[in-house]
Every structure is written in C-alpha cells, then in structure tokens.
Design a protein around this ligand. Structure first.
Ligand SMILES: [Zn+2]
Ligand SMILES: [Zn+2]
Length: 376
C-alpha cells in the first residue's frame, strides 16, 4: 500500500461522518504539528504533512469528498496523472494552506469555469439636438460571436471531446520548483480539463468567430457626454460557449453653435442693441426644442448680465421636466453709423451731464424709434 492510500479520514483523525468544521480544525492542528518549518530536516514530518494536506484538500470539497466516499482513492487516480503529483503540496502559511489547490478535480462539472467574454466599448458622437430628443439608431460592430456550426464548443460538428492527457482532466498541472510545488493552468487544455478531438473548421476550435453585428441602440433624451448605455450580452462571445460580455456605448455630445450645456442647464449668448439695453424691451429667441422663447429685458441691463428661463433647458435623463435656459446678454455697440444716427447719438451725448433730464424717457423712446427705422 502506497503512502497516498492511507484513508483520508484516518489521516485527519476524524470520524467518517465528521462535519466540515471538525475536519478543518483537525487539519489545522495536524498541519501545525507536521509543518516542515516546525520540523526542519525531518523527512517523515514532511511526508506526513503532504499526506494530511492531500486528505484535507479532498475532504474540504463536498464534491470531491462525495466521490472519495464512494470510490475511495480510485476517484483520484486518473486525476493525478500528468504533471499532477499526488504527494505534491504547497508550503504556504499555515493559515491559508490549500485555499485553491485544485479546481474540482473530476466529474462532469466543476472544472475551471470558462471565462465570460470581454466587455466592449463603443464611442458614439451625438449632436446636442439628438441628446435633447433622444434617438433610435443602428450600429454595426465587428465582434466575436459564438460559432454557429459548433454552437460555441469549438469541436467539429459530429466529433466530441476527450479528457486532457496533460492534466488528467484537472485543468491544472503541478511542477516541482526546488522545494516548492507550483500549480498552474494546464497549457494544453487552458484549464478546461478536456480537449476537442477535431477543431471546428469555421472557428478553428475557438468556439467563436469575428462577425459584423448590427445592433439597435436606443438613446434616451437627456444624455450627456460621459453617459454610458449598456447593451447586456452584446460584448464579446465567451470562449468555448461561455457567456458573452456586455457592450458599453460611451456617448459624446458635440458642441452646438448656439447653446452651451452644463448638465440640464443650457446657456446662450444673445446680442441686444444698446437702445434695447437702455430702454428695456422684449426679444424673441429660438429655444432648443424649436420653440420661440420671449425674454423680457429690463431697462438698463449691462453686458454679461444673465437672465434665466425656467424649464427651457435640457430634459432630465430618465426623469421629468427640463432644466433652465440661461440667457447671457451682450450689448452691441454700433460700429457703422449713418449721419442721422450719429446726430441722434450726439443729441443723446449732450444730455449726459449727470443731471437726470426730466424728458429723458421720451427722449430715449424717440431715439429708439428713429434707430429702429434706420436699422430695419
Ligand atoms: Zn489539461
Ligand atoms: Zn466552431
């Protein structure tokens, strides 16, 4: 009887029906006792340590333990083939010994889970108008998708898979490196524990192929630069039939000629004539939604002054209502004046002596009318 065939329960000094906690504490106690660090140079202790480590590695895993209870050591014999070595052990810290020495070693399930496909990023530019109204659009991306002929398995239709000889189905191999035994993913089966007999001709055995894919994208109103739209399951196909990743659409909102945006607030600069600035009035400007927005200009407004229209900004993403529109006033000083205009302004200038002229209101109105006649 080889050393590895000592009953695991006996090795760990527990009853066959012992619960996980009992097994764990017994293992810890024994591992402490036989740990090579505590017994330098003692070959027996080291061998014993490896045995109890192997026993614990099996019994702590419900699946492996069930198989061991049923088949005994025979359950592991195939699994120990290749680079795996039954007595192999890691001499890590006692506290975390063997957290993950094997994936599940055998049986149908439980080998290393195939990784899900990668998430993908797609950058999309939209106009401010599209961000305002939302948009339904279609994009075409070249993305790896599950191979149809082999249903993602990578095996040529009609052929099957067999256990990997290199790792004996573990998906992992062990190698001695000096004093240590290191474990790594099996290079032959890449951790899957099985290899395909004949690779699928369409995908070369990878189970996925790059293909252009057309996708419908719904852009809701109110999106902003930095908004991400997630298309679940539309990322890269997983290798060998594993689930796909997600596709993230990163939005970038282009600059607009008239409106600047800050969150749900829109800002626009509106030039007004200096007569309107002086006398006040009302101006009409186009809104983001194509509506006409009437803005009251108080008399005496200065350049740079900001007026606010509630509810005339951007829509709230996935919410209700709209933000505000901020109108920044810019008073235009006329550059090309006709003789008549110059005359009027001189008349105005002659009144700027500091004292409030009693007729100034009427005077300004006269100037404004005359001005408008000239400019229209
Ligand atoms: Zn393998
Ligand atoms: Zn295929």
């Amino acid at each position: 009887m080889s050393a590895t065939e000592i009953d695991y329960y006996e090795l760990l000094e527990v009853e066959r029906g012992a619960d996980d906690k009992t097994i764990k504490s017994s293992y810890r106690r024994l591992a402490m006792r036989y740990h090579p660090d505590k017994n330098p140079g003692c070959g027996d202790s080291e061998a014993r340590f490896k045995q109890i480590s192997e026993a614990y590695d099996c019994l702590k895993d419900p699946q492996k333990r069930a198989a061991y209870d049923r088949y005994g050591h025979a359950a592991f014999q195939q699994g120990m083939g290749g680079g795996g070595h039954p007595g192999g052990a890691e001499f890590g810290d006692i506290g975390d010994i063997f957290e993950s020495i094997f994936g599940s070693a055998f049986g149908g399930g439980g080998r290393q889970q195939a990784r899900r496909g990668a998430d993908l990023r797609y950058d999309m530019e939209v106009s401010l108008d599209e961000a305002f109204h939302g948009k339904q659009t279609e994009i075409t991306i070249e993305v790896s998708q599950s191979c149809e002929p082999c249903s993602g398995s990578g095996a040529e239709p009609g052929t099957g898979k067999r256990g990997c000889n290199m790792c004996g189905g573990h998906g992992k191999v062990r190698a001695q490196q000096g004093f240590f035994v290191v474990e790594r993913t099996c290079p032959t089966c890449h951790g899957r524990g099985e290899v395909i007999e004949k690779p699928c001709r369409s995908c070369g055995g990878e189970g996925r192929v790059d293909k252009p894919q057309a996708l419908q994208v719904e852009i809701p109103p109110g999106v902003d630069s930095g908004t991400r739209i997630r298309l679940s399951g539309k990322g890269e196909a997983g290798p060998f039939g594993a689930p796909p990743g997600d596709l993230y659409i990163f939005l970038h909102v282009k600059r607009h000629k008239v409106f600047e945006r800050d969150g749900t607030t829109l800002l626009t600069r509106v030039p007004i004539t200096f007569t309107t600035a002086a006398l006040g009035g009302s101006i009409d400007i186009p809104g983001m939604d194509g509506e006409t927005i009437s803005v009251d200009i108080p008399a005496g407004i200065q350049s740079g002054k900001q007026l606010r229209k509630r509810g005339a900004g951007m829509p709230v993403l996935q919410g209700r209502g709209r933000g505000d529109l901020v109108i920044e006033i810019s008073v235009e000083t006329p550059t090309k004046l006709s003789a008549r205009q110059k005359e009027l302004i001189r008349e105005l200038q002659s009144t700027e002596t500091g004292d409030e002229c009693p007729q100034s209101k009427g005077f300004f109105d006269r100037i404004k009318e005359a001005w408008n006649d000239l400019t229209e």
